[in-house]
Design a protein around this ligand. Structure first.
Ligand code: ADP
Ligand code: MG
Length: 217
């Protein structure tokens, strides 16, 4: 069975593509075949990043491809399902993808957010909307990214805690080291700074644990 993981947010710049790519590399480096789907056809951030990765000699992934819609990504992947252990969907935001369709199909929905109310408020609203449409609440989880201070982290945790949704352990700070790594076709897991990589390792481990739990229910 292929695990389907959707990375969603209505906001740009919160780290959807960054987390999607790190997760693809994390799962792939454990020996699994991963298909990373870039649904952001206007920006093709993930496909462009993959070109940089291959050009700079980074490890390859089984598949990194661009799709116009969730249907197309899943139709093609379902046909080829036996070829993949995990399918990761990196989305551009809800305006151009069918968020509900993605949420239904995914075993796990990860929403990256920063700790600002500008990001947290619509992030919680999106999960509420999906829940109201019948998406199980346990499928939806937040990942905190681009956090700048301890205070921001604890305020964000408290805010989300009151909504009842879970936040994955492994809070990623906003650091130049992450930007540098991604410029070179690496992921948040592969910076030059072991402490930065450790945090993301922790987050990836928790995503995989959560996925295993969700799919064994
Ligand atoms: N933890 C981080 N620290 C510093 N820069 C980050 C971090 N996470 C992402 N970025 C940078 O922030 C920008 C937006 O990230 P991206 O993953 O493209 O977000 P999205 O896909 O949600 O629009 C990119 O330039 C990326 O390199
Ligand atoms: Mg993106």
């Amino acid at each position: 069975m292929a695990y389907i993981i959707g990375i969603l947010s209505t906001k740009g710049g919160v780290g959807k593509s960054s987390i999607a790519r790190a997760l693809a590399v994390a799962i792939s480096s454990s020996g699994y075949r991963v298909r990373l789907c870039d649904l952001d056809i206007a920006q093709t951030t993930t496909v462009d990043w993959y070109r940089r990765r291959l050009q700079s000699g980074g490890d390859s992934l089984a598949s990194v491809e661009i799709f116009r819609t969730v249907d197309e990504a899943l139709k093609n992947t379902v046909d080829m399902l036996p070829n993949f252990d995990a399918i990761i969907l990196d989305t551009p935001g809800r305006s151009s993808v069918d968020t509900y369709k993605l949420a239904q199909a995914a075993h796990l929905i990860i929403q990256p957010t920063s700790g600002t109310l500008d990001d947290l408020t619509p992030a919680v609203r999106l999960f509420h909307e999906l829940k109201a449409k019948g998406i199980p609440y346990e499928k939806m989880v937040f990942a905190l990214n681009r956090i700048t201070t301890e205070a921001e982290a604890s305020q964000a945790l408290e805010y989300i805690r009151r909504t009842g949704y879970d936040v994955l352990d492994g809070i990623i700070q906003d650091k130049a080291g992450y930007k540098m790594a991604q410029n070179m076709g690496r992921t948040l897991l592969e910076t030059n700074f072991p402490t930065l990589n450790e945090t993301v390792d922790e987050l990836m481990g928790n995503i995989i644990k959560r996925l295993t739990k969700q799919t064994s229910l």
